[in-house]
Write a protein that binds this ligand. Structure first.
Ligand SMILES: Cc1ncc(C[n+]2csc(CCOP(=O)(O)OP(=O)(O)O)c2C)c(N)n1
Ligand SMILES: [Mg+2]
Length: 538
């Protein structure tokens, strides 16, 4: 066995289930060793796609994601996706060949590159480290929720590896809850408590609902945890830019906001304005750094969200809190974006993106997993296409990159093969990430890709257009995205008005033997309200 093979075998032994990558000479053996160890390998067509697929797969499966790339350009191509993963604290191991010889065309300072984007850099520097370093990379990724680059120098990879591939079992670590008493006291005194659950709460629905039932709390989530409380009569859906008018009103009415695994950033709080002055703020988080980030906490409780919720629940006497019959009736009547009246602006061969999204929500099977790219359009699918639970929404937006949506949908689809994958993209993001259309077809994924096509970088158009700036750099002639998709093996429908959605219904009826691309020519007279919010943060 050579070192490259020992590294691959060791990661397989750690419990890696799926790996993504683009294989070149520098990661050929390590990738084949993963496969030999029982790991499913998914070939992407661009390393940026591979990184984002692994990120989305990790988020939706709860497992460590693995990416395998060639030295140098293989890694630089992956960087945007890796940055997204690192910012999102996705547990990810990146296996990269490394040309340590400075004269090599492939040489770059890979460790510096990794740390520059928030990842952890490690290296297998000597043959005897092959297994221990691989196991350490896996442990740090999982235990510390980090994106770890494991550099594999070419000469070390090729060296013989002596010895067994024995992976030491990592001890589980759950820090004890600190501060539960004080949180229980605050909940016992609050008239109108609201829970906002974030990424760190996605595993804790039951515990949070049980506590909220006792404390009389309303339930909301950040965008990345969308769907967590779906089905609860007290679910306000997403807090922040995508929040309904009712959610905004009720969250602003809270006298206690408890953020569970959620840092209350500018998106979740509309630049802090959703938290009323005078309201108490509590954050429950594994990482105390969250307590002072963004909207500051009056109280920080350290620990795992589920464990803290359990510890607090036994200390809170049941009370009505915010859960009056009036609030229940309003959540029933106004709790969804679909309940908010709007004027349909479809016409002239273009469809209103709200009408499009509502139409798709009606037509597509409810057991779905929705991935959203970035851009002006992004709120429409986020707000109008419902998801069944927190496993139905994958939002790779921590780096705000466009072009990640399609790969996100692929990774999510592989984590949840029981669900219909839906990728919602702008025309800009779709064309940027288009390398992976072939991957969707090759993998046989029954995906629906929806492109909200305004023939522009709409975000820029709506930001700068009203000020009279020239827009030639951000507008494009029409592109036949349906034909492009058919060329890749997709079925495709062009939608220029509500009537064209019949083509989507036909595809849904079956046999769904090919993925579907919905090329929607959307109206674009004005920008979206969440976009204004976004630009305030620049
Ligand atoms: C990689 C990257 N490049 C550029 C940007 C700046 N940017 C933000 S939104 C946007 C336009 C996206 O266009 P499209 O996907 O068509 O969505 P639309 O805004 O038109 O709805 C651009 C270029 C970015 N966020 N990420
Ligand atoms: Mg566009």
């Amino acid at each position: 066995m050579i070192v490259a093979q020992a590294v691959g075998r060791a990661l397989a032994a750690c419990g890696v289930e799926t790996a993504f990558g683009v294989v070149g000479s520098g990661n050929f053996h390590v990738t084949n060793a993963l496969v030999a160890g029982g790991v499913r390998y998914v070939a992407a067509r661009h390393e940026g796609g591979a990184a984002t697929m692994a990120d989305a797969y990790a988020r939706m499966s709860g497992r460590v994601g693995v990416v395998s790339v060639h030295q140098g350009p293989g890694l630089t191509n992956a960087l945007t996706g890796l940055t997204e993963a690192a910012k999102s604290r996705t547990p990810l191991v990146v296996l990269a060949g490394e040309a340590t010889e400075v004269q090599s065309n492939f040489h770059i300072d890979q460790a510096a590159l990794a740390t520059a984007v928030g990842a952890v850099a490690m290296r297998v520097s000597a043959p005897e480290e092959a297994v221990s370093r691989a196991a350490e990379a896996y442990r740090v990724a999982l235990g510390e929720r980090r994106t770890v680059l494991l550099n594999l120098p070419l000469d070390v990879q090729a060296a013989p590896f002596e010895g067994p591939v024995d992976v030491p079992a990592a001890p589980p670590s759950t820090p004890p809850a600190v501060g539960a008493e004080e949180l229980a006291r605050l909940l016992g005194a609050a008239e109108r408590p609201v829970f906002v659950a974030g990424r760190g709460a996605r595993h804790a629905r039951r515990e949070l609902e049980e506590l909220a039932d006792r404390a009389g709390a309303l339930l909301a989530t950040s965008a990345v945890a969308k769907g967590l409380f779906r089905g609860s009569p007290w679910d306000l859906d997403v807090s922040g830019g995508f929040a309904t008018p009712l959610a905004v009103e009720l969250i602003r009415g809270a006298d206690l906001v408890v953020a569970w695994g959620c840092a209350l950033n500018m998106w979740t709080t509309r630049h802090g304005t959703l938290v009323t002055p005078g309201a108490k703020v509590v954050k429950v988080d594994l990482d105390p750094a969250a307590f002072t980030a963004h909207v500051r906490a009056d109280l920080g409780v350290t620990g795992d969200v589920a464990r803290v919720a359990e510890a607090v629940a036994v200390r809170v006497a049941p009370r009505q809190g915010y859960r009056s019959p009036e609030v229940a009736a309003r959540v029933r009547a106004e709790g969804r974006w679909r309940d908010v009246p709007y004027e349909d602006e479809s016409g002239g061969g273009r469809i209103d993106p709200r009408t499009l999204s509502i139409g798709l929500d009606d037509l597509l099977p409810r057991e779905r997993i929705v991935a959203i790219d970035s851009g002006n359009f992004m709120g429409y699918p986020s707000m109008f296409i419902d998801v069944p639970d927190e496993g139905g929404f994958c939002f790779t937006q921590a780096f705000q990159s466009i072009g990640l949506g399609l790969a996100t949908a692929i990774g999510a689809a592989l984590a949840r093969p029981d669900r219909l994958p839906v990728a919602a993209l702008g025309d800009g993001g779709a064309l940027m990430g288009i390398a992976e259309l072939e991957t969707v077809v090759r993998l046989g994924l029954p995906m629906v890709v929806v492109v909200y096509d305004d023939e522009a970088y709409g975000a820029e158009v709506h930001h700068f257009g009203p000020h009279g700036h020239p827009l030639g750099t951000v507008t494009f002639p029409p592109a036949d995205l349906a034909a492009i998709a058919r060329g890749h093996g997709f079925a495709a429908v062009t939608v220029g008005g509500p009537g064209d959605l019949a083509g989507v219904a036909d595809w849904v009826d079956g046999p769904r033997d090919r993925p579907l691309l919905v090329h929607a020519k959307v109206t674009a007279e004005h920008g979206s309200w969440w976009l204004e919010e976004a630009f305030k943060g620049h």
